[in-house]
Ligand binder design. Structure first.
Ligand code: IMP
Ligand code: MG
Length: 182
């Protein structure tokens, strides 16, 4: 699917080639950092699955994969921040070296909730790897150990990220036109 054929898409932010080059670098960095260990990659459904599988191909230490699904709600004032687990992990993470894999960290509410929840399950270590980081919109401070790209304050789709559940399967990341950004 070309970017111009998608209604509401403004321009390509990261090409497929740029994405894979950067993920390869990140995979090498993670491999060095976790040398001698086994990583438990935890993907947050559904947005992170494209990034997680691409990243896992470039990690050269043994790894296991698990997923959790979340639902986010707005409160009465329309503010974000209410998150709950809709699909839990299949296995315990006790004593494991967990690397939580996110599609994007925006306000930070989702990540804060996930880190609090997972930290309570006694992993040996708990780190965060996100495909995109929109630091300019952060409301709660959360630790991000690895990121592929920092992005501007624009709504993006592709490589796992959706607009009304669409466009996750694009190989690139594109910026939506401002009128679609709600
Ligand atoms: P946070 O709790 O505000 O950090 O929200 C992060 C979640 O909001 C992500 O996991 C996405 O599901 C969603 N999200 C935030 N920004 C975008 C975007 O630009 N495109 C698609 N989804 C987004
Ligand atoms: Mg997400």
């Amino acid at each position: 699917m070309s970017a111009v054929s998608i209604p509401g898409v403004d321009r390509i932010l990261f090409t497929e080639e740029q994405i894979h080059t950067r993920i390869q670098e990140l995979g090498a960095e993670i491999s060095r950092r976790y040398e001698g260990k086994t990583i438990k990659l935890i993907g947050v459904l559904k947005g992170s699955i494209f990034f997680l599988t691409a990243l896992a191909r470039y990690i050269e230490v043994p790894l296991k994969i698990d997923f959790l699904g979340i639902s986010s709600f707005s409160n009465k004032t329309g503010a974000p921040g209410v998150v709950r687990i809709a699909k839990d992990l299949d296995e315990s993470i006790e004593g494991e070296d967990v690397l939580l894999v996110e599609d994007i960290v925006d306000t930070g509410f989702t990540l804060r909730y996930l880190l609090q929840t997972l930290a309570g399950r006694a992993p040996n270590s708990l780190s965060v790897c996100t495909f995109l980081d929109r630091n300019s919109r952060r409301i709660v401070q959360v630790p991000v150990d690895y990121r592929c790209f920092e992005i501007p304050d624009r709504f993006v789709v592709g490589f796992g990220l959706d607009y009304n559940q669409l466009y996750r399967n694009l190989g690139y990341v594109a910026v939506m036109k401002p009128e679609r950004s709600t």
